[in-house]
Design a protein around this ligand. Sequence first.
Ligand code: CTP
Length: 428
Amino acid sequence: MTNNRIKRGSEVKKVALGISGGIAAYKAAEVLRGLQRAGCSVRVAMTKRACEFIQPLTFRTLSGSHVIVDDYAPDNPDPIAHITFSQTVDLLVVAPATANIIAKFANGVADDFLTSTYLASTAPVLIAPAMNPTMWGHPATQRNLSQLRNDGVRIVEPDAGEMACGTIGPGRLNDPERIVAAALELLDQGGMVQDLAGERLLITTGATREELDPVRFISNRSSGRMGFAVAEAALSRGAEVSVVAGATSVNSPYGVRVARVLSADEMHEAVMKELPKATVFISAAAVADYRPAQRAATKIKKGGSSLVLTLERTRDILGEVASARTNGLLVIGFAAETNDVLINAQEKLRAKNLDAIVANDVARVDAGFDSTENAITIVARDAQGPLEFPLMSKLEAAHRILDEIVRLRATSKTSADASASARQTEPK
Ligand code: CTP
């Protein structure tokens, strides 16, 4: 899907790919290939340390042009490359971005070619950090990321997982495909259109956990990826974003306010607390429909050959939000289905009185729960028919959902204006 986007009706987009010195530097080759497959022309700049991990020759071969490391080097064909290079590109992507390069960008340090290029460029910038989890979590790094976000830099958050150094945690470079998808989004829009400025999104995501006793719980396979992708996409389009997250296996994007909960009850409470500030509610969480009627205070011991559990209904958070809505709140639900996906989704849209519902088939192995991709269908209350999208990254799917929210907002404004002018012209 993304492959033809950049070529369509426009000249070839020029991307500068910056590579800084981390073990993930070799993955930059996949980012380069992905950008090329999408029709972009890519030139590469590397830091000296990056060259310790992978040779510039790899990128010269793949990109077909000179890789700039040091613009003072005698073999550099352009003596003011940091100016010409930076001012002729449509996008600067830095992958991997180390803690050091992030610190330099955040503070305007320009002591090598890549950092000078960053300062001299007016193009949108996308960085994909990769580092040890302790370095990632350090307040200095988080402060620098916050500064970069304020400066308009788009960040593709690292994944959590096993690192080359053996530690486990957030800091691993995100999937090259996801980095490419984020880059294409930026290029498509010539920088992110701030079409959600003024909107305050409240998003639920992840799975709830309903405890049976201090060691056991009932839960589901939701990873929380989809809700966080919506949060990340909305943030880049100018919205303020709050997330109420249940159990998740992914990191929250930087800049998003997150309230952590576990049970459906706690999620209900957190949502109701945040709701008065929201203008859009998106319910991406996989909330338990039933919880154990009783939670044992101590670990349940095994007894006979079977154990019967009594479950009771939880509150339907989405249903309650939709039925109590005021002030033009837009309410969007999700329908995770294994069969009759569209029929079930349409029924939920109607029964819960939603503005739109995002349906996905969680029986597919290539999409849905815990996958980085999703194939969604959006059904809006006022649309002629469902909008069916092919398999795409969850970030791209998030943007398609947000496009629909922008459309719904425009429609609701138009009908509010029309009824206000009708009231004015009514005979008194
Ligand atoms: N939802 C919710 N609170 C619940 C259950 C579901 O807010 N207690 C929300 C989910 O976040 C999702 C939507 O309702 O946006 C649909 O959830 P789903 O579990 O698919 O549907 P249910 O209404 O629970 O119906 P069923 O399980 O019978 O399919």
